[in-house]
Unconditional design. Structure first.
Length: 326
């Protein structure tokens, strides 16, 4: 059996959750908390990058920048679905692209930087794409779970003491909307490619002094504008079923349902959205039997849930970054 196909061991899982907790903590800090050597942490990190698709990426909270985030669903003819998904995945303003519904539907999470970029895609490019049958767009109104808190935060690989030792102080959200300057944008552009880029490389890439880079980095993080997310292959964690749930919820129950979803260990993302389905959640289960149990035993008992549409993700084309060669 190749190393890439072996299941992850407890230290691997601890490191994954540690990176989700603080993606830029030095290896020495992880080593201290986890009770291993710096070299062991570095070696595990390199192997997880090679075998589990591990990436730590700098992301921005679009709501603090006065921008909207959208979920877009496209129904296509089967012969163009992969082509459309690939084209969307290559766009810098998308963060998730998947093929669902038997390969005839594409789902895409997009973060346009302006109303013009949004309109160009939703009203211009996509409707004119040959063999795209329909386009529906759903604006994210409120996030219940996601962003700096990912599915890895719920692994329970770290014990309470380890998790507390790695948890950063709570952010103090900046008054929205925040306007980024050219130096901020240059720094964020590098971190979007690799969130663990060392300070010296950030200095070289941005043309700023190391102390200036550190001050900007601390300011962007403490204000909640910048956070770090972890990309990884979920199959290696024994969870092969990835689904989106589109819930129609009574308006009076939306907040309560959103909070309940955020507490479920299966949920990696949950938000209130516009559209007929007013709550959406991304869930990860071991298999379809576990998904059935989750739907019937956890979703089915939530007060206010009127209908649920479940769509399985057949293939994830883009998680946070697009790497077609992997």
């Amino acid at each position: 059996m190749s190393r890439a196909s072996e299941p992850l061991d407890p230290l691997d899982l601890k490191l994954l959750q540690a990176l989700q907790t603080d993606g830029r903590a030095p290896f020495s800090r992880f080593a201290e908390v986890l009770g291993v050597s710096d070299q062991t942490v570095a070696r595990r990190y390199r192997r997880l990058r090679a075998t589990a698709g591990l990436r730590v990426l700098g992301m921005t909270d679009e709501s603090l920048l006065g921008r909207q985030s959208w979920l877009v669903r496209l129904r296509c003819t089967p012969d163009v679905a992969e082509q459309v998904a690939g084209a969307l995945a290559r766009r810098p303003d998308t963060s998730y692209v998947g093929l669902i519904s038997g390969g005839t539907e594409v789902i895409c999470a997009m973060k346009p930087r302006s109303g013009e970029e949004r309109d160009e895609l939703l009203f211009g490019r996509l409707p004119r794409t040959p063999r795209v049958i329909s386009v529906s767009a759903h604006c994210l109104l409120h996030s219940y779970y996601g962003g700096p808190l990912g599915w890895l935060s719920k692994l329970q690989a770290l014990d309470a003491e380890e998790e507390a030792a790695l948890t950063r102080p709570p952010v103090e959200p900046a008054p929205a909307p925040v306007v980024l300057d050219a130096e901020d944008e240059a720094l964020l552009a590098v971190l979007r490619r690799d969130g663990r880029t060392p300070l010296t490389e950030l200095q070289t890439s941005t043309g700023q002094t190391e102390s200036a880079v550190k001050r900007r980095l601390d300011r962007l993080r403490s204000s909640g504008i910048l956070y770090f997310d972890v990309q990884h292959d979920r199959d290696l964690l024994g969870h092969a079923t990835d689904a989106m749930l589109w819930l129609t919820v009574a308006p009076s129950a939306v907040a309560a349902v959103g909070r309940a979803l955020a507490a479920h260990p299966e949920v990696g993302f949950a938000a209130a959205i516009t559209g007929q389905a007013n709550v959406v959640a991304s869930v990860i289960c071991r298999d379809t039997r576990a998904l059935y149990a989750y739907l019937s035993e956890r979703i089915g008992v939530l007060d206010g849930v009127q209908t649920v549409e479940t769509t399985l993700t057949l293939r994830q084309v883009k998680q946070l970054t697009y790497e077609p060669a992997r």
